[in-house]
Ligand binder design. Structure first.
Ligand SMILES: Cc1cc2nc3c(=O)[nH]c(=O)nc-3n(C[C@H](O)[C@H](O)[C@H](O)COP(=O)(O)OP(=O)(O)OC[C@H]3O[C@@H](n4cnc5c(N)ncnc54)[C@H](O)[C@@H]3O)c2cc1C
Length: 380
């Protein structure tokens, strides 16, 4: 832990998952003096659990698709040029896991500019009948990053403080986090309890589990079906993940049943191909934080109390332009990336940097303020 600086930082980032680490890296590259804080160490939250695939999102036309497609392209370039030792590229076979997904896959296949081809015979022979008969798309390029490796590499050279933040204070243009000071605060705390009274921000945590295994099977490409089955950068080790458990929360005090989670992962993997001589090496578990409308969150935070005091009729449906809301000074949030945190992080960090360093406007569609008026109406 670096000795405390007497001079303030330009920015304090709370949360050292992929969003915090990628923001720290990008802002430091842009010349800002950055402090990075985490209660449990680097990549200890959802990011440490992630399969960390850099995969396209198979979705229908619209803003989400545009953003995900741009983010996917930027992420591939970012990781391969800046952190080549932490990315493995392999073809990616995406197989629909339901009739609804089939429709999406077929439509996506028709429209995408991403290079894809017919499934090679050698891969077809590995697949179960179910997988073979479902709609699918075989991308020539898929990728997976080493989640913990890349987060640590991004944080190298950044002042890191292992602290649990309990309180944020702001006085005369300066944010105080313990003894640290900065003009700007960036909150990248994923699905952990919020640090400001911002209940309007529509996010929820979804628990996931993945495993690293040894198997006698050779896995020649990345498979996404009921779960993902993928080669990794750790020679010979295959990753299987992840479950989506909406019922479990680590904050409930309940114990998570690891054995049962392993069983579910292997059962789902076997629906794609038969894995033999399995030896489970490691379990990774964590919460991914998804937004209610599936778009990621990047933007300034509305001070709900101050805004409702100024505009009490918002509660009764009065329309106030979001530019008139009262915002916490110099606080920006990145969150809500769902299962695409590693895909979105370079895209979001670049726009955060353009905003903080060059004053470029952020996309209002990603602003956390988009949730505010609906929430305010429920407060009447
Ligand atoms: C099992 C699983 C598989 C996944 N697979 C993929 C995938 O293949 N591809 C992909 O792109 N994404 C994947 N994801 C999603 C991805 O992991 C998340 O979107 C991403 O990790 C979100 O990162 P984050 O930095 O926002 O949050 P987190 O990684 O959760 O980081 C938040 C950090 O904030 C810290 N923190 C919180 N509160 C405080 C406090 N008060 N004081 C100090 N520190 C605090 C926490 O300790 C934590 O380290 C997966 C997620 C899971 C769980």
């Amino acid at each position: 832990m670096p000795t405390l600086k007497t001079s303030p930082y330009d920015v304090i980032i709370i949360g050292a998952g992929i969003n915090g680490c990628c923001s720290a890296y990008t802002l430091a590259q842009a010349g800002l003096k950055v402090a990075l804080i985490d209660q449990d160490g680097i990549a200890s939250g959802g990011s440490g659990a992630a399969g960390a695939f850099i995969s396209p999102k198979i979705s229908k036309a619209g803003e989400l698709k545009e953003i995900m497609s741009q983010a996917h392209a930027e992420a591939l370039t970012f990781y391969t040029t800046r952190f080549p030792q932490f990315i493995l590229t392999k073809p990616l076979l995406h197989i629909a896991n339901s009739p609804k997904e089939s429709e999406k896959v077929d439509a996506f296949k028709h429209e995408t500019h991403l290079k894809h081809s017919t499934i090679p015979r050698t891969i077809q022979t590995l697949l179960s009948d179910d997988a073979l008969n479902a709609s699918s798309i075989y991308f020539d390029i898929g990728a997976v990053v080493d989640a913990q490796g890349v987060c640590n590499a991004m944080a190298e050279g950044i002042d890191f403080y292992p602290l649990k933040v309990k309180e944020l204070m702001h006085n005369e243009g300066v944010w105080y986090v313990g003894e640290l000071q900065a003009k700007h605060l960036v909150l990248t705390i994923g699905a952990f309890p919020k640090l400001l009274p911002i209940d309007y921000v529509g996010i929820r945590g979804i628990w996931g589990h993945r495993i690293d295994i040894e198997t006698s099977n050779h896995i020649p490409c990345i498979f996404h079906h009921h779960v993902s089955i993928s080669p990794t950068l750790k020679g010979g080790i295959v990753a299987i993940g992840a479950t989506h458990n909406v019922h479990y929360s680590p904050f409930s005090g309940e114990r998570y049943d690891v054995e049962q989670g392993r069983g579910q992962l292997l059962e789902k993997a076997n629906k794609t191909l038969k894995l033999n001589n399995i030896n489970i090496l490691n379990d990774y578990m964590g919460l991914r934080s998804g937004s209610n409308d599936y778009l990621p969150i990047l933007g300034r935070l509305v001070d709900a109390d101050a805004t409702l005091t100024q505009y009490p009729h918002i509660r009764h449906g009065e329309r106030v332009d979001p530019s008139e809301y009262i915002y916490y000074p110099n606080v920006t949030m990145i969150n809500g990336s769902g299962g695409y945190g590693f895909v979105l992080a370079p895209y979001l960090a670049k726009r955060l940097s353009d905003f903080l360093v060059e004053g470029k406007a952020l996309n209002p569609a990603l602003s956390p303020s988009r949730f505010f008026s609906r929430w305010a109406k429920r407060q009447s």
